[in-house]
Design a protein around this ligand. Structure first.
Ligand code: ATP
Length: 278
């Protein structure tokens, strides 16, 4: 962000690639998890959402993926309303969700064949090899998931999501289960891939440094809370922080980047003192 500038309220503009308008989700009608959530994501933008457990991040991502239906509001991607799952959106969850009986090659080929049913075997194989190479796993292409480390499995999940060339990538804490070293390496890889491909990404993370490293913009989400007068205020997006750090940043240079500490302090202050406040 330009960390010294005040954070702007999130806004949707007509030419945003992804438009989320007035989204709400209630599992209990008296206490909606969140409501009135509106934000836009521009084509090629990397947006992270950060907030405490239970505020509704995964629920929002599931609605964007078309895996869950909102109680109120609408989501439009590339001008069309999201009304169900689609191969136009690639989703990566914390658990890699690979098919254990298939090799890396077959796991990814399965997705590629679903996306382009008319492709020849050679076309499918070329696509699979390209994206396996992108995540540095060519040597393991014929291994089964059980023969891979956690970090390698997560890489396969990322390769599979990129291989279908989705219009948008939705990442739900994709590195949450990894040790710090592996996580750092894959963060750098993802950053490099996104810089190359200009992929549009919406990502959930709990890790403040991860968000600052990867995102162009960070949405700060508040939890739903009971107000002193007994009314319920659903969760919402309290702020949209534009980072504006140079895209050439890496984990090694992040701490020396102007604006980094201001951004970090701002997010930590939000999480400590405002994310739960009535
Ligand atoms: N299918 C469901 N039925 C009932 N309640 C649900 C359902 N799915 C989610 N919830 C509730 O909605 C709230 C938000 O859940 P969600 O998983 O979206 O939060 P989150 O911000 O992603 O949390 P975390 O960071 O822990 O993953 C939680 O209180 C959760 O218990």
């Amino acid at each position: 962000m330009d960390a010294r500038a005040p954070s702007a309220a999130p806004a949707v503009t007509a030419d945003d690639f992804l438009r989320v308008e007035g989204l709400g989700r209630a599992f209990n009608a008296q206490r909606p998890v969140f409501g009135g959530v509106s934000f836009g994501v521009a084509r090629g933008e990397f947006v992270c959402i950060i907030g405490h457990s239970g505020c509704g991040k995964t629920t929002i991502l599931n609605v964007l993926a078309g895996l869950d239906q909102a109680s109120t509001g609408h989501v439009f991607m590339d001008g069309r309303e999201v009304a169900g799952p689609s191969l136009e959106r690639g989703v990566v969850f914390q658990g890699h969700a690979l098919m254990p009986w298939l090799s890396v090659r077959r796991n990814i080929a399965f997705a590629v064949e679903s996306r382009w049913p008319d492709w020849s075997r050679a076309q499918v194989q070329a696509q699979v090899q390209k994206y396996v190479a992108m995540v540095g796993l060519s040597a393991a292409i014929d291994k089964k998931p059980s023969e891979l480390s956690g970090g390698m499995k997560q890489r396969v999940g990322i390769a599979r999501a990129f291989a279908i060339e989705p219009k948008m990538l939705l990442l739900d804490e994709p590195f949450g289960a990894l040790d710090a070293l592996t996580r750092g390496t894959i963060q750098d890889e993802l950053l490099a891939i996104v810089q190359r491909t200009q992929q549009t990404v919406f990502m959930i993370t709990h890790d403040v440094d991860e968000a600052i490293l990867l995102a162009d913009r960070i949405l700060l989400m508040r939890n739903g809370v009971e107000l002193p007068d007994g009314r319920w205020r659903p969760g919402d997006i309290a702020e949209s922080m534009r980072l504006g750090l140079p895209r050439s940043r890496t984990r090694a240079t992040l701490h020396h980047t102007p604006g980094y500490y201001e951004a970090r302090n701002h997010i930590v202050d939000f999480l400590v003192s405002r994310a739960h406040a009535a």
